[in-house]
Write a protein of this length. Structure first.
Length: 151
């Protein structure tokens, strides 16, 4: 039983290609929505959520696909938005906890974990963490080569 580098590289390449097949079309779709100004027509639905998280309304689609599909799709939708490091941090923390809910809920069900115990903490924790971070941490403003803290 040895380490097969050829099999490992083939498996890694296949996984990378699969992710790229998902991310590139979603990135292009998000860019098209932004270019033609259609993102605002969709994002108003999630505006209450994005307001709580202190994120721009345009991140709504990234939140939606991150919650229901996967985190790679969320990154593809958020990439063309020009988010600040602060906004990326909040979005990343939120989706790091609360992502792929459909798939992971099915897995939890097969494991015998009740929906309430699987879903409740994953809904409560990202909002709590995002609210805590947006309230107690300062937003970083990147100006040229220096980083200033907005106190």
């Amino acid at each position: 039983m040895g380490f097969d580098i050829k099999h490992t590289l083939q498996s890694s390449l296949q996984s990378s290609i699969l992710i790229l097949k998902l991310v590139i079309p979603l990135y292009i779709f998000a860019d098209i929505l932004i270019y033609f100004g259609r993102l605002d027509y969709i994002s108003f639905i999630f505006e209450p959520v994005t307001t709580i998280l202190h994120l721009p309304a345009q991140t709504a689609l990234a939140l939606y696909v991150g919650i229901f599909l996967n985190i790679y799709a969320a990154i593809a939708f958020a990439a063309p938005l020009g988010l600040s490091p602060y906004e990326w941090t909040i979005l990343g923390m939120f989706l790091g906890i609360y992502h792929s809910m459909l798939i992971e809920s099915a897995i939890m069900k097969k494991l015998g974990i009740s929906f309430r115990y699987a879903f409740s903490p994953r809904l409560f924790m990202p909002f709590s963490l995002a609210i805590y971070c947006s309230r107690f941490f300062v937003e970083m403003i990147v100006n040229d080569d220096e980083v200033f803290l907005n106190l």
